[in-house]
Structures are given as C-alpha cells and as structure tokens.
Ligand binder design. Structure first.
Ligand code: NAP
Length: 261
C-alpha cells in the first residue's frame, strides 16, 4: 500500500495581512501594522493566522495596494528580481520572456520593462495574452498558435521560466553576446552554462533565486513608485480554496488568483 507523506499540511507561500500581536522582543513591527511577505518552502499561508519570525521575509505592505493585491506580489517578484539581476539586464535591451503569464513571468515582464528599461516580448497561451499586455509587455506571442522563434527578432536575453526549451533551440534568436536564462534546469543545462562561460559568446545562465527581506523592501518601493502592479483575476473566499486551485488548473486565469480570509 502506498502512503503519502504530506510534510506541509497547510499550503500557500505568500500573504498579506494585519499583525495581530508581536513578541516581547520584536522591534521592527507593531500590533495592527499591515504587512506582506513570503514563507517559501515552509508554506502555511492558507490560514487565518500565521506566525512569522521578525527576521523572516516580511515587510510593511505598500501603501498603494490592497491586501489582495499585495498578497500575490512576493513569490514571483522576488524570484524574478533575483534572476534578472543575475544577468545584468541593460536599458533598451530586447528580452523574450517565455512563461510571461505565470507567477515569475508576470513579475519579470514588469521588472524588465519598468525597472530595467528593456523592450519586452512575452510568451504565453491565449487566455493570458491580454494580462501580459496590461503588465506592460511591448509584444505578446501565443505559443499555442505559432512558433514564437520563427520571427526575425533577435534578443539580448531569452528568459525561459519553465525550462521547456533548449539552448540549441534558442541560439539562433540570440545576439552574439546574448544570454539564455533558465529558472528551471537539470544537469545538461548546468553543463552548458559551464561550457558557454568558458567558450565566450552566447551564454547559458541557470540560477537559483534566494529571496531576502531587503529585496521585499525594495519591491515595496517599486510598487509605490508605480513600477509594479497586481492584476487580480478572481478572489475566492477561504472556504473555497480547492475551487481556486481548480480554477487555476483549468488554465483560464487572466491574472492573479487570491484567497481571502
Ligand atoms: N530558479 C529558481 O530559484 C526558481 C524558483 C522558483 C521556481 N522556479 C521554477 O519556476 C517554474 C515555475 O514558474 P512559475 O511559478 O512562474 O509558474 P506558473 O505560474 O505555473 O507559470 C508558468 C508559465 O509558463 C507558461 N507555459 C506553460 N507551458 C508553456 C510552453 N509549452 N511554452 C511556453 N510557455 C509555457 C504558462 O503559460 P499559460 O498559462 O498561458 O499556458 C505560464 O505563463 C518551475 O519550473 C520552478 O521550478 C525556479
């Protein structure tokens, strides 16, 4: 008989809410303060109450966002920020983001466009196209309709979030010093990273993102400057969490989905 060891009993890794109480030694936060944050692999945010350490990934909520809007920010934005910093993206460079309607991709579109100043093309399937346009992508391409690498377009950076494509496939669409950035990768891509860093020219970069509190504070600033926004598709009440998951899994979401308590 098979058994499943469910180590994480409560899912969810991003949150926004009000501090109910603080420990005696807590200095940075106070009761009643509105905060947002990220619990990473520990999860546990699908809950009415959450206990966070003072030095966890938690910051004061951006003043120009509701709890719902702020709650969807941390995961994708922290990942995308770290990964894009890794490749030293420059103003005016051309970027292709594959997976642009997802958690990391939707943040990468906004950061690449409004923070790094790049020219952004986003790739996703039909339901997400409008959403990615609203985030600020200069162009959107539907991977279900045609091969997005068929055009003559040549990029400085191709950011493949799910890692479904390969360096050999992307090479022809990269500039001579272009970079292929993978958020998801196995040993073959890691070997290509080592090889291309020695050889010079077009490069593969595989990187793990380690979120930090200072990054979340920086993200709060970007939000307040209007460089990052949340587009909420649907909110589900706490009791309908499984419906929220079904809605996302059906593949029709046109923005972020939130669970409200
Ligand atoms: N490097 C790191 O530190 C790190 C950290 C966290 C996660 N990750 C990796 O990031 C990935 C998850 O990213 P996420 O949370 O942004 O995922 P997500 O929210 O599920 O988004 C996935 C995106 O990929 C698109 N997509 C699906 N199939 C595609 C295809 N065949 N061609 C092109 N695009 C396609 C989806 O578009 P449609 O919905 O329109 O189909 C959607 O935009 C995982 O592979 C995970 O391992 C890496």
């Amino acid at each position: 008989m098979a058994s499943i060891n469910l180590k994480r009993k409560i899912l969810g890794n991003t949150f926004a809410g009000e501090i109910e109480s603080v420990g005696n030694e807590v200095k940075q936060f106070r009761e009643g303060e509105q905060v947002f944050g990220y619990t990473g692999e520990k999860m546990g945010t699908y809950a009415e109450y959450l206990c966070m350490p003072e030095n966890g990934i938690i910051a004061v909520k951006p003043s120009n966002m509701t709890f719902e809007e702020a709650s969807v920010i941390p995961y994708g934005t922290l990942m995308a920020l770290n990964l894009l910093k890794r490749v030293n993206l420059q103003k005016g460079q051309k970027v292709l983001i594959i997976g642009a309607s997802g958690g990391i991709g939707s943040a990468a579109v906004q950061l690449a466009k409004h923070y790094f100043g790049a020219e952004v093309t986003g790739v996703c399937s039909t339901p997400g196209l409008e959403f990615v346009k609203k985030l600020g992508a200069d162009k959107v391409l539907d991977y279900t309709k045609k091969d997005y690498l068929q055009s003559e377009e040549i990029y400085d950076l191709i950011f493949d979030i799910l890692g479904k494509g390969s360096f050999s496939k992307y090479k022809k669409s990269l500039k001579e010093t272009g970079i292929c950035l993978f958020a998801s990768f196995k040993s073959k891509k890691l070997l290509q990273m080592i090889w291309t860093s020695i050889k010079g020219g077009k490069k593969v970069v595989c990187s793990l993102s380690i979120p930090k509190t200072e990054d979340l504070i920086f993200v709060k600033k970007l939000i307040e400057e209007g460089k990052i926004k949340s587009i909420i598709d649907k909110c589900f009440p706490f009791g309908q969490t499984s419906e929220a998951h079904k809605y996302i899994e059906a593949g029709n979401k046109k923005g972020n989905v939130v669970i409200t308590v």
